[in-house]
Design a protein around this ligand. Structure first.
Ligand SMILES: Nc1ncnc2c1ncn2[C@@H]1O[C@H](COP(=O)(O)OP(=O)(O)OP(=O)(O)O)[C@@H](O)[C@H]1O
Length: 751
């Protein structure tokens, strides 16, 4: 680790201050100039205790309290108020007249003369290598690629049953998208398998649901399907990788079949009562939406589940189904269906002649990976490849076409040094909500559940308990996942609602939280893991922030695809660290050319409006004039807040540790951009409001980094990191990785 002279907050004595003479080194010249300037300013305005402290810090602390190679701080002696068992100790300086660990400003505790020193967020940061090619302001939205087609009159032209066309019209869906234009006629007329590949938000769900419904409705001569009923048999099984997606698909299906009450659909997903699901299956269903694990379970244990009439098997989000280690469950379902020859021409007196005469399997994916090919080999026979490309001379799946985000999605990146990440995130959100009505719904992706928990707890306002438009019963379910936000509000958006979501929450809470986020009429933020990256369709999401980069580029495409759906505009911002992570920008360019947002300018604009702190600390919102000072004040306040709140501190420490572990699990091909040995643990700790890295994890990483350095090879380290891993995204199919993937699915409660 670099010795960067990072300084901690602590109290100093009241010794007269010397003028600032420190020479700043390291970082960009502009940052050094700024640091020198603000230190000078602090020296000249030695009226407030804080500014005095700053000046003194600049001069003294770097010499006396530097971080050592382990990210720990030299110059400390064991003290009484450490951050935790492994935390740094009180400084043994005689200057520390106050005796308290947290510094106080304004001397309200009577500890007159004490000084505080705050860490300099803007100096000693790694240099940014990227020269900005395209600024935000230069971006012009190209034509949307996943919008309804302008040159197709309406859904009627696809030979869909008129009742369905009317129903779509009631849902304000008039014209098909490119993929619907391809898939619907194919599935209406053919009995062959299909591989469907199209961008995120291009309407793949309707592309398979509509032709299935159309053909089922044709079962009676009048084309309304009235002859059939719930006992007529199960016609289609739709498999989705997550419970949320299964539920969502089921609710779209329910909406479509509402005018046909004689048709019945149900969803069977992990986390629900198996007994109730069995009872529904026994009563009879025509359409089943399932997660793979639960489907396999019912195939084994529910006698009433008769697969004899099943004509369609839809595998949605194929790559994710495989990523999450559901291969065995899928095999079971595929084989069970293969064993039954589709011979039945009637069921309970109903002629099935308008249905396909063989079982049709449709595999859908927005991205293409090796594992999708494998799933294709397992499940498809003589499949037709259907892609959305308008001028598709494409006849087979390719990587190129699919790793693109919708063209109208504006992607940008922010190179934020680790120390500045947290304050930049807050500034960015403040900025996003600073124009009334411009940004309504934001999703922030984190690498792990612990980080989600920390950021949710930090950003929520503990004093504001009531939630708008929520019954007492709902409020009880949502009490730990939905809250009013602090810090990120602005005069234009005085109320912002925060939501938290990850796989370790109970299923009813997950469902209620997503529902609340989708329904919220106030500006809202969903802080989440990749559990929300697939399929989730909330049309009003206008901004996706990848605070932690995705574990694979295809995951990135799915994450950002939560916005800019069905031709709507959308923004996505990716936080990157200066250094090796900047190499990731080349990958972004291959998809949709991104623009750059300067971290300094986000801070400058975001911190324009007044800061508001939900908890009182000695750092006050009104402290600081320049945006550098305001950012330092905000960081100081958060650090002080954590020191006074052991629960929050614990969340920060857990968040930090899991974040570092998760960092090691980027897919092998992309790990070159996410080199854990380059992480400055002290700086990353700052982004969790910690003044130093919690013990335990740092030493391990250090050892690995040293080992790597000694060996001069990456291979060994990479293998170690994989062993530690417990998250999805792996696309290697060793027994070990299969086991890991399975463990991950369990951890995320997805199955
Ligand atoms: N023809 C259409 N016209 C307008 N909106 C549509 C049309 N078809 C679908 N939509 C809307 O587009 C949104 C995205 O649809 P859907 O979830 O099926 O996309 P997807 O391709 O499956 O995306 P992802 O790959 O991200 O899961 C939904 O809100 C849906 O209602």
């Amino acid at each position: 680790m670099a010795d960067d002279g990072m300084i901690l907050n602590f109290q100093l004595g009241s010794a007269p201050l010397k003028p600032q003479t420190t020479k700043f080194t390291g970082g960009r010249w502009r940052d050094r100039k700024r640091a020198e300037k603000s230190a000078k300013l602090a020296g000249s305005q030695s009226k407030t205790p804080r500014d005095e402290g700053d000046a003194e810090a600049s001069e003294r602390a770097p010499k006396r309290y530097k971080t050592n190679d382990n990210g720990e701080f030299s110059g400390w002696k064991p003290g009484s108020q450490s951050q935790g068992s492994q935390g740094p100790k009180k400084p043994s300086t005689n200057d520390n007249a106050g005796g308290g660990r947290s510094s106080h400003r304004g001397q309200s505790d009577g500890n007159k003369g004490s000084r505080q020193v705050i860490s300099r967020l803007f100096s000693f940061n790694p240099e940014q290598k990227t020269t900005v090619e395209k600024e935000e302001s230069e971006w012009e939205a190209p034509e949307a690629t996943n919008a309804p087609l302008s040159d197709v009159a309406n859904f009627g032209t696809l030979a869909l049953a008129s009742r369905l066309v009317d129903e779509l019209s009631k849902m304000n869906l008039e014209r098909p998208t490119a993929i619907q234009n391809k898939v619907i006629p194919h599935l209406i007329s053919s009995s062959g398998d299909a591989f469907v590949q199209a961008e995120t938000g291009s309407g793949k769900t309707f592309s398979y649901l509509l032709p299935i419904l159309h053909r089922v409705l044709q079962l009676s001569g009048k084309g309304d399907g009235k002859q059939i009923h719930r006992d007529s048999g199960l016609f289609a099984i739709i498999v989705a990788p997550t419970r949320e997606l299964a539920r969502q698909t089921h609710s779209v299906l329910e909406q479509l079949i509402r005018p046909f009450p004689w048709l019945v659909s149900t969803s069977i997903t992990g986390g629900e009562s198996k007994k109730a699901e069995k009872a529904r299956i026994r009563k009879g269903v025509n359409f089943l939406v399932a997660t793979p694990g639960r489907l396999a379970d019912h195939i084994d244990n529910t006698k009433a589940l008769n697969l004899g009439t099943v004509r369609w098997l839809i595998l949605d989000e194929g790559d994710r189904l495989m990523d999450l280690g559901f291969e065995d469950d899928l095999k079971k379902a595929i084989n069970a269906l293969k064993r039954i020859i589709v011979a039945e021409k009637t069921t309970n007196g109903t002629l099935l002649d308008s249905l396909p005469d063989r079982r049709v399997t449709v595999l859908c994916s927005a991205t293409m990976k090796m594992n999708v090919q494998k799933l294709g080999e397992m499940s498809l026979a003589d499949a037709t490849f259907l892609a959305a490309e308008k001028d598709a001379d494409q006849t087979a799946p390719t990587d190129q076409a699919v790793l693109k985000a919708p063209a109208q999605l504006h992607q940008s990146y922010i190179i934020a040094p680790a120390k500045l990440r947290l304050v930049t995130l807050i500034s960015y959100l403040k900025l996003a909500f600073s124009r009334r009505g411009r940004t309504m719904k934001v999703i922030i992706f984190h690498s792990c559940a612990d980080s989600v928990d920390f950021h949710y707890e930090l950003l929520r306002d503990p004093a504001k308990k009531d939630l708008p438009d929520t019954s007492a019963k709902e409020a009880e379910v949502l009490s730990r996942t939905v809250s009013k936000a602090a810090y990120i509000t602005s005069p234009a958006s005085p109320e912002v609602i925060l939501h938290r979501m990850h796989g370790s929450l109970s299923q009813p809470v997950r469902t209620a939280t997503i529902k609340a986020f989708a329904a919220s009429r106030l500006p809202s933020v969903l802080i989440t893991t990749d559990v929300s990256s697939r399929g989730l369709d909330i049309p009003s999401v206008d901004l996706v922030i990848e605070y932690d980069p995705a574990f694979s580029f295809s995951d990135h495409i799915h994450r950002v695809g939560r916005t800019a759906r069905a031709g709507r505009p959308g923004d996505a911002a990716l936080f990157l660290l200066p250094g090796t992570e900047e190499g990731y920008i080349e990958l972004l360019k291959a998809s949709t050319p991104p623009t750059a947002q300067s971290c300094e300018s986000v801070l400058e604009k975001g911190l324009l409006s007044k800061l508001e702190f939900p908890i009182e600390t000695t750092a006050k919102p009104e402290d600081g004039k320049t945006y550098h000072e305001k950012a330092e004040t905000l960081q100081l306040h958060i650090e002080q807040r954590l020191l006074g709140d052991s629960k929050q501190l614990e969340l920060a420490r857990n968040g930090f540790k899991s974040h570092i572990r998760a960092y090691a699990t980027h897919i092998k091909e992309e790990r070159v951009h996410f080199d854990i040995s380059e992480l400055h643990l002290g700086h990353v700790a700052k982004s969790f409001g910690l003044r130093d890295p919690p013990g335990g994890i740092g030493a391990g990483i250090e050892r690995k980094a040293k080992k790597k350095g000694a060996k001069g090879a990456k291979g060994k380290y990479t293998a170690d990191a994989e062993e530690d891993s417990s998250r999805p995204g792996r696309d290697l199919f060793t027994e070990k990785s299969k086991y890991l993937m399975k463990a991950t699915a369990d951890e995320f409660n997805i199955g």
